[in-house]
Write a protein that binds this ligand. Structure first.
Ligand SMILES: Cc1ncc(COP(=O)(O)O)c(C=O)c1O
Length: 380
């Protein structure tokens, strides 16, 4: 979380004093306003505020009808939640390498396609945009859905379009570590009315008696109870007003770090202007050089970010896809044809790249002196 202050406290207090903490009720309230404001900000027809990025991904996949018998291609470098969301709807996550931008390689994604593939799930890791032109082109040729994981890239863009709005659906996270935050929270984005309807049902418990269900022509099914409280909605409305300022400062500092350190090679980007600026990335020839640089510059290697590397997704690698065997997608008869390859050696290219990149995490509130100090450390 970058910025939070009196305004969020006042918004939360306003909700508490109103005693209207439940989002589903008559009339547009905080969460509904947040959804409208977010949709308008990123230029999409529908936004649905849910409990987190994981449930936003699950709602996106369920909204698209992804199910047992399907495979979804995910990058070898992402948080485990990307793969768990696929398993939560009964489908099988299939891995594909990242390229030099540390985002999903469109070519590797294409090679991972089987007759069972239903969707590609690119992840805009650390605010860095995927090559969405390449991914959308592969998806179009093979008639696949695209669900964007923009959990770490709220507000970012690729060639002028906001991340999370380019594919069939997109997911954002507002958990504690994200660009804007309410501690927990997430949002699904889509331009597809049917996906939105199904996702809204999926994010609730399966109750068809709330006022908002009146215009739903999709038969109700049991959902996941991923609703948020009005306090979340109220805080996120304030956070959204901070987004442009946070991104402008992150991007300004990232550019200063790159421009002032010409001796080092910046990580290639699919869209430097659209990249959120959460990190300044540098790429090296060897892991040894990367480690030496990280030490002096105060950076970190993505290979060390344990939970974001597929080999450390213990439940996935060991095929424990649910709390009981009967609901474990890896054991379902409908998935019997799927035999995903989770061996480390298969994704050696990703592991090599992740060991040769150094990220310097940026704080948008660094003073000019702090930025100068960081630059001096890098060049020192
Ligand atoms: C890339 C990515 N996807 C999904 C998630 C899941 O988001 P949440 O923790 O809000 O459920 C995260 C959270 O860290 C993430 O980084």
């Amino acid at each position: 979380m970058y910025r939070m202050g009196k305004e969020e406290a006042a918004a939360a207090a306003r909700v508490i004093e109103s005693k209207e903490l439940f989002r589903v009720n008559d009339g547009a309230k905080e969460t509904t306003h947040f959804e409208q404001e977010l949709a308008e900000k990123v230029g999409v027809s529908h936004a649905l505020c849910v409990s987190g990025g994981t449930t936003a991904l699950m709602s996106s996949l369920a909204g698209l009808g992804v199910r047992p018998g399907d495979e979804v291609i995910v990058p070898a470098y992402t948080y485990i939640a990307t793969a768990s969301a696929v398993l939560a709807v009964g489908a099988i996550p299939v891995l594909a390498d990242v390229d030099q931008t540390l985002t999903l390689s469109p070519e590797a994604a294409e090679r991972a396609i089987t007759p069972r593939t239903r969707a590609i799930l690119p992840v805009h890791m650390s605010g860095l945009p995927c090559n969405m032109d390449g991914i959308m082109e592969v998806a179009k040729r093979h008639n696949l859905f695209v669900v964007e994981d923009a959990c770490q890239a709220v507000g970012g863009s690729f060639r002028g379009r906001r991340l999370g709005t380019i594919g069939d659906a997109g997911a954002m996270s507002f958990n504690y570590f994200k660009i804007i935050s309410a501690g927990e929270g997430g949002a699904l984005l889509t331009n597809n009315d049917e996906v939105f309807k199904r996702a809204s049902i999926y994010h609730d418990s399966g109750a068809a008696f709330w006022p908002y269900t009146e215009d739903k022509d999709v038969p109700f099914f049991v959902g996941t109870a991923a609703r948020v409280s009005e306090i979340t909605g109220a805080i996120l409305r304030v956070q959204l007003t901070r987004l442009d300022g946070i991104l402008a400062d992150l991007r300004r500092i990232r550019k200063q770090l790159h421009d002032s350190c010409p001796a080092y090679t910046p990580l290639p980007s699919n869209d430097y202007e659209g990249d959120c600026g959460v990190v300044a990335g540098f790429i090296f020839e060897t892991e040894k050089e990367a480690r030496a640089f990280a030490k002096k510059a105060g950076g970190w290697l993505p290979i060390d970010s344990e939970r974001h590397i597929f080999c450390n997704w213990e439940p996935v690698v060991n095929r424990r896809g649910a709390f009981c065997d009967e609901m474990n997608p890896y054991l379902m008869a409908r998935n019997a044809q799927s035999n995903p390859d989770y061996r480390s050696e298969t994704y050696a290219k990703s592991l090599d790249l992740l060991s040769r990149v150094v990220y310097i995490s940026i704080n948008p509130d660094w003073t000019e002196e702090e930025v100068a100090e960081r630059i001096a450390r890098i060049n020192g």
